[in-house]
Write a protein that binds this ligand. Structure first.
Ligand code: FES
Length: 287
């Protein structure tokens, strides 16, 4: 692995960020993000993602830029950046590979995958390969346990992985091959993904299916037994709260209808559709 940057007194990297300020276009976009929120400081999380998309990590000058725009202290910004694990203080490679080693994934093979990748890439946890392509990190539960063991590449799911498929995955990424999530979307670079998280869409959010068979088993069982959800009671609330509750209920109804429509398709339609995972017996889609 390579230790790509030294860190300053507050933990922020100093080598790449020494001197100067962020590009003017980045400063404009940081201010643009603040305009989306009633209170500007609510924009800090996406602002830090934008900093990462430009700097490759949260740099000192990125922290200072956020602080200046929001009228808060650099210490307050640094406090947020050091609290959440998605914000990185050291440079991340082109592909952040997160192996879930939380309980279910661990017993299903996540620990073995992580150990294999450490050996194969010759890096430890939170370290980057010499070529700067892959940063390996063990991550906590991704709420995708029905497809355990799960690996994430730049926050896209790779379901039902094995040590062998994970090794092939990182080899393909390092060789520059086009790689798709088992749920459909093409894997972009970490910086590109960070820009999406900052709220600048790449128009690929709808690629891949909405839900896969493993995630729909509960719904299938409920339908077979005639079970239904209890009344939401949304008529008991009033005014603005009622509008919000009704909108949320309507959105939930829409998602449920879409899922039920999928269940009404033939098995070939569901399992052979875009984003299915041939390595996982056709179970590689979710949500
Ligand atoms: S334990 Fe790995 S996704 Fe939940």
């Amino acid at each position: 692995m390579t230790d790509m940057v030294s860190t300053g007194p507050n933990g922020a990297g100093s080598a790449a960020s020494a001197g100067g300020s962020l590009p003017e276009e980045t400063m404009r976009e940081l201010r643009e993000i603040t305009a989306r929120y009633p209170q500007a400081r609510s924009a800090l999380l996406p602002m830090l993602h934008l900093v990462q998309s430009v700097e490759g990590r949260v740099t000192s000058r990125g922290i200072e830029a956020c602080a200046d725009i929001l009228g808060i202290s650099a210490a307050e910004v640094a406090g947020v950046a050091t609290f959440y694990t998605m914000y990185k203080r050291r440079p991340v490679g082109d592909y952040h590979v997160g192996v879930c080693t939380n309980t279910l994934c661990a017993v299903m093979g996540g620990d073995a995958i992580f150990e294999r990748l450490k050996d194969h890439l010759d890096v430890g946890n939170d370290e980057t390969t010499e070529d700067g392509k892959v940063t390996l990190e063990h991550v906590e539960c991704n709420a995708a346990c029905d497809y355990a063991p799960v690996v994430m590449v730049n926050w896209e799911f790779m379901d039902n992985m094995t040590p062998e498929s994970a090794t092939q995955l990182v080899d393909d990424l390092r060789e520059g091959k086009e790689v798709h999530s088992t749920r459909g979307p093409r894997i972009c670079t970490w910086r590109e993904a960070e820009r999406v998280l900052a709220g600048f869409p790449d128009d690929r959010a709808d690629e891949g299916p909405a839900a896969g068979p493993a995630s729909l088993v509960g719904l299938q069982v409920a339908r077979e037994n005639g079970w239904t959800a209890p009344e939401s009671g949304r008529r008991s609330v009033s005014g603005r709260a009622r509008g919000t509750a009704e909108a949320a209920a309507e959105a939930a109804d829409t998602r449920r209808a879409e899922a039920e429509t999928k269940l009404d398709r033939s098995p070939a339609d569901v399992e052979g559709g875009k984003g299915s995972n041939p390595e996982a017996d056709g179970k590689g889609t979710s949500e």
